[in-house]
Design a binder for this molecule. Structure first.
Ligand SMILES: [Zn+2]
Length: 284
């Protein structure tokens, strides 16, 4: 990342490198117009070079802004190979190999302090793909039907559950939350390699012919370093801890320390997630 704030015509060749980021997570933080903080100072990304035949660099400029940027990414997870399967009443858990594709498609501008959305933009960045290992869970249609007759509520509840399990998994795996990826997708996705945003995925699940929402918790290292196998092993404890967390959290409809803030997950997400977990934990 190169600071161009002090550049003028004669200084074009001066290069001041102010930060380095690793390639894998770069696009989530650095894209044209992204605000990137360096030692508490906001810098705006002016230009990004990432082609294979060029030096990978972002040109940035110091700016005075009252917002930060949050990337909107589109994702897809496809099952490549199934290694292990465990069926318990109401739930099928599997472990195997998946293809994860991800692409940053835009960003939101969030005002500092009030956290309100004050703008957005689209970006065109390359899609990144990796093969890795994953555990995935599919709740049986019968159990879903017991919880709610409405698909949209069920999807919100499952999204909340995905977020909850993702945030609790590192406690059992002794890893960082970024070492694990999470996605509520479809157990039988059609178009391979075609990524969608969370909102599009939600709509697809709600409107699809089949209803097979699937929670993926995958290893964020290409090829996997054993985290998915561990998630599969500790699943009963993970679900029990999820139930405990929801029951002990005082919020009525979701907060950042359990299923996520209400405005992100929806009003029915927490009660639906709780209802799903109660049944899943009781029936093991
Ligand atoms: Zn809460």
């Amino acid at each position: 990342m190169i600071d161009t704030t002090a550049r003028d015509e004669k200084q074009v060749k001066r290069r001041q490198i102010i930060a380095e980021v690793d390639w894998k997570s770069a696009f989530g933080m650095i894209y044209p117009k992204a605000i990137y903080m360096v030692e508490g100072e906001p810098f705006e990304v002016q230009e990004l070079r990432y082609r294979e035949d060029e030096e990978k660099v972002a040109y940035v400029k110091k700016v005075a802004v009252d917002y930060f940027t949050d990337a909107i990414s589109a994702k897809g997870v496809w099952i490549l190979q199934r290694f292990t399967k465990q069926e318990t009443p109401g739930l099928v858990a599997e472990q195997g190999e998946v293809l994860v594709a991800e692409k940053v498609v835009g960003f939101k501008k969030i005002k500092l302090g009030t956290m309100e959305n004050v703008g957005s933009g689209e970006v065109e960045l390359p899609q990144q793909e990796m093969q890795t290992t994953s555990a995935w869970l599919t709740v049986s249609p019968a159990l879903l039907a017991e919880v709610s007759p409405h698909r949209d509520e069920l999807v919100d509840g499952l999204r909340a559950l995905t977020r909850l399990l993702h945030s609790l998994a590192p406690i059992f795996l002794l890893c960082d939350i970024r070492d694990i990826g999470a996605w509520l997708g479809d157990g039988t996705p059609s178009a391979e390699g075609q990524v969608v945003t969370r909102e599009t995925m939600r709509a697809q699940l709600v409107q699809g012919d089949e209803f097979t929402p699937t929670i993926y918790l995958y290893d964020n290292q290409p090829g996997g370093i054993g985290l998915a196998e561990r998630i599969f092993e500790v699943l009963p404890e993970l679900l029990a801890r999820g139930l405990e967390t929801l029951e002990s959290c005082a919020c009525p409809a979701g907060c950042p320390s359990c299923v996520g803030p209400v405005n992100e997950v929806g009003r029915r997400a927490k009660p639906v997630a709780l209802s799903l977990l109660k049944r899943l934990v009781a029936r093991r």
